[in-house]
Structures are given as structure tokens and as C-alpha cells.
Design a protein. Structure first.
Length: 593
């Protein structure tokens, strides 16, 4: 299957074409200066082009790829993937584009006015030209599972609940690609790793990744927050824009100042290209040196903070134009981090070229506890993979599972509340608000969370799944139970006789339930039609087979059949980690017990 990846900017359209059976790059290029003296740059050279608008640029790309000897001469394009900067809270995974999706992308332009309109123009141009599925992949999506305490700002909560003011994070495909490559290089499964990934280029961000999930990242509601960048200021006192406004600057002038005239360019006075700033610093330019000092300081500060947040780091990853090529930056970031188990090999670091190392080079000393990886990022390839996951489904993640695949849903610790307990925790009549939907229709994770307080320890920020139930139920993994000091039995949902209780704490009050804590028995949801396909009935006990690096068979899987159920295997985090499974994995039906 061939996948075309498009990245539309305000005056450019970049493209990459992949054959996804073996992820070979068939063609890549860009149309520049759209609306003016357009230029088409590609593998075979460059030519002037007629591209008065984005539709014209897309037509140039199609004509080039479908020429007589072109990679699309056979017309066999399977899908088009689009990089979209902002998806807000509603578009948190790759999605097929339709009118409703276009509307949400347009609404999210509030947060990304320079990017989303251009991305949308590229989508509309491609939809008119390519009669294949169009898939949007969002920069913000990889960070969508950040906990509330990481994505909220210290402003009135209504600004988040009503207007979406929160941290979203960006460079998602790059951070996701780095994490995936790190796991492959270290020959381990991603759920086992704690990573700090640094995408350092003209735009720059750092992410804390735990078990393959981004739990924090340096960019915020927009790409302006965080590190010092080419022309962006990064972190600053929020009173500074107010001070400038009181001094007579307009909103437009302040926006221009912080987004296009700050960062390396603003501090150095030389420009946004790190190579130019570094060259000036090497010649003794004081402000160039200061700009690099600021850049390194910000990166190191975020790396240290995220190491603390993760409770340790298995690998520190560098990528992007600066991260891959500036050995001195890597050295200066890493030198004071010996307390984290980082010990850089000076010679390896000085000569590291990710392109020569198959895309990944380890520049840490052999004995170092924490690996330091230089990875040649490939956001377009990651987008193509996400397109496949969306179009083909989860079977694309494990191609060897061919027979009756069942998607996996990893069930993290969570709580189902009763009406009475919801009132006690959040206030009389409080209505829980939707954060994101879960697999089963009608159910959703709420924005609100509770704390669990056990005899031994407590766990904060535990998810709540709505709708409310007749009786409160707490579902844990075994490691959670050990930590809290409770001994719940393995039970089906709703079977609560003889189960232990626990204390729940909310912003309004506490509730001490006398029963309701369980280890959820692994189970498969399916509709009656799917049950007939598998040849099973409600309450049947089946086996499923896990293939891949940790091949195993899971028995004692309970079947639950209802007309409104979607096919899904529910296992807890302990089981998922043991089997190396994630939410994009599948297992195979292996018969009735």
C-alpha cells in the first residue's frame, strides 16, 4: 500500500511517498513560494511551477508523481496522510477526514492561527485531487494522555473547561518516532522504558515519556512555550506581554516580537540558524555565546525536571537539526547530569552521525546506566505509519496476527462512581465533564479525578469513567494493590461481595467505601454478530494468543456480549506490560476453553 504524506504550510507544500509494505521512500520533495514564483524541488532536481494557491501546488505534486515513469504511474495510491498542527481535545488520534473533522481543525485554528488554516487548505486540495482516504495526523495527539496536573495552567478552571486553555504539546510525530526507535535500538518493549526525548531544531521541545505515553512536554497551548527556539522566546514571565501592551505595543506587535523576533535570533542579533550563531560564537561574539548558553540552559533544565518526574531515565534522546548535528550542545547538556547515570563518550559524541548508524547512535559510555541516543527523526514516516494504523486498523501493528484479530484495550486503574459518592466527593448535584471517549459506546473518561487512600500509601489523580453506577467500584492492577496495601480479589465488574473497601478523596470531601475494590478479570467485549463469528456465547471462557517478541497464550478470558459492545480485549497494565501490548496491538482468538 502506497501512502502519500503532505505537510502544507502557508507558502509551501512538502510531500513524501512511501511503499508501506517495507516502508520504502519512493519520492519526496516540496513546492515552494506558492502564490508567487513557485519552485518545485524534488529528488531529480528543481523546476519552476505554476502554483497560484494550494490546489495548484497539489496538482504539481500529482502530475510529478503520476508521470509515465513516476511512482504513481500505476495509479495505486492507498491513502493520503496530512500533518495537522493542532487537534485540540477532540482530535487525539489519527482520523479519516470528513466535513466534521475539517470543522474541528478550523475551530482549532484559534490556538494555531499560522498552521491550521494552511494544513486545512492542503487537506481540501488533496481531497479534490486524490480519490482515496484522507487521514489527519495531529502534532498534539501524542501528548493527549498527559495527566491533568501536567496539562493544566494555574488559572481559573473555567478557562480550561469552557475555552480549552491548557497545555497541548507539539512535535508529536517526532517524539513518538524517537520513542519507538529507542525501544527498537535498546531491544526492549516501549512499555518498559522511561525516556526524555529532545527535538531540537528551529522549533524545539522536550517530552517525558513513560511506557510509551507522553506524560509532560515543554510546549504549551501553542508552540511558543518552553525552550528557547530559532525565533520564539520560549518560557517567559506572563507579565512581560502585559508590560509591553501597557507601553503601547499592539497585540499584533507583541505576537510578532515573541514568535518571530525572539529566541536565538533575538538574543544573538545574528539570525535563527543555529549554525550561524555557533560560527559567530566560535569567533568570540558575546551575544552569540549568550544565546547558546540560554539554549543549553533551558534544555538541561527541562531534562532534569522530566527525569525527576519520571523517577529516573533509561535513555536521553536527541533529534532535530541541532540535536542530531551539534555535538557541543549534547555535551554541554549532558556533562552535569552524572547524577542521572549519564556518562558521555566524548569521542563517540563528537563523531556521531545518526544517518551512519542506521538512524540511531548511542554516544554514552559502555558502563553508563542511562543511554544517550542520537536519532535521525522521521516525522513523515511516523505519519505514514499512523495513516496505516487508521486505515488498516490495529492489525497493522502486528502483521503476523491474521486469524480473527481482537483489538487490545489496556485498562489503567480507574473508578466508577455512584451518584451519592459523586456528590460527596465533588459537591451535591455535581455533573462530571467529558474528557475523552473510551472504546465502549456511551462511556467516557472524565476531566475530574479522585485520589485513592489505602492503609499503606495513596495514588493521586485516578481516572473516573462515566456514566454513574448504582455502586462505586475501584479497578486496580496488582501492583497498584500492593502499593495501596489492599488485597482485592480477581472479579468480574459488578461482582463486589466480599471485596475490600478504600478511601476516595475528592476536592469537596472524602468517602470511605466498605467494599468495591477489585482486580478486573480480563475479558472481551463483543456484539452478538461478532460472537456468532467467533462461535462463542455470553460468559464463555476463551483463550487468546499474543504474538511478537513476548509470545504467550492468555487463558480465562471472559466473553461479554451485548448489542452496544465494540470488539475489545480489556486487560490491566500489569498484564499488558508482561505481554508487551499497547492500545494499538491485537491478539488472536485461540479457541474456547
Amino acid at each position: 500500500m502506497k501512502v502519500l504524506v503532505l505537510n502544507a504550510g502557508s507558502t509551501s507544500l512538502k510531500y513524501d511517498l512511501y511503499e508501506m509494505d517495507h516502508e520504502a521512500s519512493l519520492a519526496r520533495g516540496r513546492v515552494e513560494r506558492i502564490g508567487g514564483a513557485a519552485l518545485h524541488v524534488h529528488d531529480g532536481g528543481e523546476q519552476t511551477a505554476t502554483a497560484p494557491d494550494m490546489a495548484g501546488a497539489a496538482a504539481v505534486v500529482l502530475a510529478h508523481l503520476s508521470r509515465a515513469d513516476g511512482p504513481l504511474a500505476d495509479g495505486k495510491l492507498g491513502a493520503v496522510g496530512h500533518r495537522v498542527v493542532h487537534g485540540g481535545e477532540r482530535l487525539v488520534q489519527p482520523v479519516r477526514v470528513d466535513a466534521a473533522v475539517e470543522t474541528v481543525i478550523e475551530e482549532c485554528a484559534t490556538f494555531a492561527p499560522l498552521h491550521n488554516p494552511a494544513n486545512l487548505a492542503g487537506i481540501r486540495a488533496a481531497r479534490a485531487l486524490f480519490d482515496v482516504p484522507q487521514v489527519a495526523v495531529f502534532d498534539t495527539a501524542f501528548h493527549a494522555q498527559m495527566p491533568e496536573h501536567a496539562f493544566l495552567y494555574g488559572v481559573p478552571y473555567d478557562l480550561y473547561a469552557k475555552h480549552g486553555v491548557r497545555r497541548y504539546g507539539f512535535h508529536g510525530p517526532s517524539h513518538q518516532y524517537m520513542a519507538t526507535c529507542a525501544a527498537e535500538y535498546l531491544a526492549t518493549s516501549l512499555p518498559r522504558l522511561r525516556l526524555v526525548t529532545c527535538h531540537l531544531g528551529g522549533g524545539a521541545s522536550v517530552a517525558a515519556i513513560s511506557g510509551g505515553v507522553s506524560i509532560d512536554t515543554s510546549m504549551g497551548m501553542t508552540p511558543l512555550e518552553g525552550l528557547l527556539m530559532g525565533t520564539r522566546s520560549g518560557d517567559l514571565d506572563p507579565a512581560i506581554p502585559l508590560h509591553l501592551a501597557r507601553g503601547g505595543r499592539t497585540i499584533e506587535e507583541i505576537d510578532e516580537l515573541l514568535n518571530r523576533r525572539s529566541g536565538l535570533a533575538g538574543v544573538s542579533g545574528i539570525g535563527a540558524d543555529f549554525r550561524d550563531v555557533q560560527a559567530a560564537a566560535d569567533k568570540g561574539d558575546v551575544r552569540a555565546r549568550l544565546a547558546i548558553d540560554l539554549f543549553v540552559h533551558r534544555v538541561r533544565k527541562y531534562v532534569g525536571a522530566y527525569a525527576a518526574e519520571l523517577g529516573g531515565v533509561d535513555a536521553l534522546v536527541f533529534s532535530g537539526g541541532i540535536g542530531e548535528n551539534a555535538a557541543a550542545v549534547r555535551a554541554r547538556v549532558c556533562d552535569p547530569l552524572g547524577f542521572m547515570g549519564i556518562d558521555l563518550d566524548t569521542d563517540k559524541n563528537a563523531s556521531a552521525r545518526a544517518a551512519d548508524g542506521g538512524g540511531v547512535v548511542d554516544v554514552a559510555q559502555r558502563h553508563a546506566r542511562t543511554r544517550v541516543l542520537v536519532i535521525r527523526t522521521d516525522e513523515e514516516r511516523m505519519i505514514a505509519r499512523e495513516v496505516m494504523r487508521c486505515i488498516v486498523g490495529p492489525t497493522a501493528a502486528m502483521r503476523s496476527v491474521r486469524t480473527r484479530p481482537i483489538p487490545v484495550g489496556v485498562s489503567v486503574r480507574h473508578v466508577h462512581l455512584s451518584r451519592a459518592d459523586c456528590d460527596a466527593l465533588f459537591g451535591p448535584g455535581y455533573e462530571l465533564s467529558r474528557r475523552r471517549d473510551v472504546t465502549q459506546p456511551g462511556q467516557f473518561v472524565t476531566r475530574e479525578t479522585v485520589d485513592l487512600v489505602g492503609p499503606r500509601d495513596q495514588i493521586t489523580g485516578v481516572a473516573i469513567i462515566n456514566p454513574l453506577r448504582k455502586e462505586t467500584q475501584v479497578e486496580l492492577a496488582r501492583t497498584d494493590a500492593f502499593r495501596l496495601g489492599v488485597e482485592p480479589p480477581l472479579r468480574e465488574s459488578g461482582s463486589l461481595d466480599g471485596t475490600p473497601g478504600i478511601t476516595l478523596r475528592g476536592p469537596y470531601g472524602e468517602v470511605a467505601i466498605t467494599r468495591g475494590v477489585i482486580l478486573a478479570h480480563r475479558h472481551v467485549h463483543m456484539s452478538p454478530d461478532e460472537a456468532r463469528t467467533f462461535g462463542v456465547a455470553d460468559k464463555a471462557m476463551i483463550k487468546v494468543r499474543v504474538e511478537g517478541d513476548r509470545e504467550m497464550t492468555m487463558g480465562d478470558v471472559i466473553v461479554r456480549v451485548r448489542p452496544d459492545f465494540a470488539l475489545d480485549l480489556h486487560i490491566d497494565t500489569d498484564e499488558a506490560n508482561a505481554a508487551g501490548l499497547g492500545n494499538d496491538s491485537v491478539v488472536a482468538f485461540d479457541g474456547v476453553q
